[in-house]
Design a protein around this ligand. Structure first.
Ligand code: UD1
Ligand code: MG
Length: 450
């Protein structure tokens, strides 16, 4: 049993004016397609089928990343939403549960709304359609109801003036027994203004068989579909506005909320403080009481309690900051762990590394992790001190309570408690500077005399 998710993603999206298939355009750090899949995940789908068409290869590759268990089916000609659903017949052959149809370009449907649709099914409706009161019904399909019953859906192009006056509209999201839905789409005709096989016609067809359809209504904001870059930008704004409001409600301090940018999955703990102009890419968790200072960029990382990041820090995927760590200005951390109390405060690159408890990494330290082909690891023990402008040529290990002298190029492991110095020795030439400058100034005034 369970639910099969059908995501329609074959449309051209030509109004995006893009080489990239519409459903792969990012919103809040994830492709549009990911948002629908994420909402659908609330129903714990037993099967996921994505209908691809335009840009099928790219959409299939993205689907394999986002939902490896999903089956992709190709709709080679876009003959309408009903025709798209019909393409899932093989993938859903013998499937005994319900099917939920979602659009790949409609990112804001909430899990609660999908659960409400499921509840309506459980309460006895054979088909459930997600509707909304449209501020401007325009080209949306209209829901023709009689009391609680949904009689049919009429597309704007085919509607009479009376029907066009209805403002209860079709979001496109629909739920019914999978086999019933497949049987109904198989019987559709394209005798309409668009010469398309309309998924929406399954309601009247079902009713003719005695099936009962109901409408579940959600806020219009959830049904927002993306067709243009302007709509995508507006959707991003809407997402950010909601994410900022949610963070503030959750007890996060945002110094300048309008300049904090969240991803779809950002998690920030209570009493964390976020300075102005901070960008969260996907996969970030910031624990309670951590501080992210201005102009920092974080993705795929975890910042623990009491840690301080920025200003102007960059945490890349795999950055793992334990409690009370500091990462300061112009520091980049990638695939590296900082144990409790470790500090990297200025102008450093730490990649593919582990830094031990309470170690201090001086300004301008670089882990030379890449030889042009392979990446190598740097390990630094506990309570060690890395002098400024140290190059750690990986693979290399610095022991516990070890040191490097400023400017050292570390090419060999440093034992516990040792100090490594690897730089040319300084030589002082007494009086040289004064003599040299005097000579240069004399040369300049001699030139000026000509
Ligand atoms: C559809 C609904 C309409 C509803 C509106 C909400 C139908 C007939 N109409 O109209 O009632 O108010 O959505 O936005 O269903 N797709 C395919 N293959 C196709 C055609 C479409 O995969 O052959 C996909 C598109 O990629 C898109 C979705 O289905 O994700 C909706 O298609 P679209 O052409 O936008 O339908 P609308 O005309 O907007
Ligand atoms: Mg549309």
């Amino acid at each position: 049993m369970g639910v099969a998710l059908i995501v329609l993603a074959a449309g051209q999206g030509s109004r995006m004016n893009s080489e990239l298939p519409k459903v792969l355009h990012p919103l809040a750090g994830a492709p549009l397609l990911a948002h629908g899949l994420r909402a659908g995940a609330a129903l714990d789908p037993a099967r996921i089928v994505v209908v691809t068409g335009h840009g099928a290869a790219a959409v299939e590759a993205a689907t394999a990343q986002l939902a490896p268990e999903a089956i992709c089916v190709r709709q080679t000609e876009q003959l309408g939403t009903g025709h798209a659903v019909a393409q899932t017949a093989q993938a859903l052959a013998g499937f005994g549960g319900d099917a939920l149809v979602l659009y790949g370009d409609t990112p804001f449907i909430s899990p609660e709304t999908l659960l409400a649709m499921q509840a309506a099914r459980a309460a006895g409706a054979d088909m459930v359609v997600l509707g909304f009161e449209a501020a401007d019904p325009g080209r949306y399909g209209r829901l023709v109801t009689d009391g609680d019953a949904l009689l049919r859906i009429v597309e704007a192009k085919d509607a009479t003036p009376d029907e066009l006056a209805l403002d209860l509209c079709n979001s496109g999201v629909m739920m019914a027994d999978a086999q019933v839905l497949l049987r109904l789409v198989a019987g559709l005709s394209n005798d309409n203004a668009s010469r398309e096989y309309y998924l929406t016609d399954t309601i009247a067809a079902g009713r003719a068989e005695g099936l009962r359809a109901r409408v579940v209504v959600c806020p219009e904001a959830e049904t927002l579909g993306i067709n243009t870059r302007a709509e995508l930008a507006a959707a991003e704004q809407a997402f950010q506005a909601r994410a900022r409001a949610r963070a503030l409600e959750d007890g996060v301090t945002l110094a300048d909320p309008a300049t904090t940018y969240f991803a779809f999955d950002t998690v920030i703990g209570r009493d964390a403080t976020i300075g102005p102009q901070v960008v969260f890419g996907p996969g970030v968790t910031v624990e309670s009481g951590a501080e992210i200072r201005a102009f920092s960029h974080l993705e795929g990382c975890h910042v623990s309690r009491g840690a301080r990041v920025g200003p102007f820090a960059r945490l890349r995927p795999g950055a793992e900051l334990a409690e009370n760590t500091h990462v300061g200005n112009f520091v980049e951390i990638k695939n590296a762990t900082l144990a409790q109390g470790a500090k990297v405060n200025h102008l450093s690159y730490i990649g593919d590394a582990a830094i031990g408890e309470a170690s201090n990494v001086g300004a301008g330290t670089i882990t030379c992790n890449y030889d042009g082909v392979f990446k190598h690891r740097t390990e630094i023990g506990a309570r060690s001190f890395i002098g400024s402008n140290t190059c750690l040529v990986a693979p290399v290990r610095v022991g516990d309570e070890a040191m490097t002298a400023t400017g050292t190029v570390v090419t060999q492991d440093i034992p516990d408690g040792a100090m490594a110095v690897g730089r040319t020795r300084q030589e002082n030439k007494p009086g040289f500077a004064r003599r040299f400058m005097t000579m240069l100034r004399a040369r300049k005034s001699a030139k000026g005399a000509h």
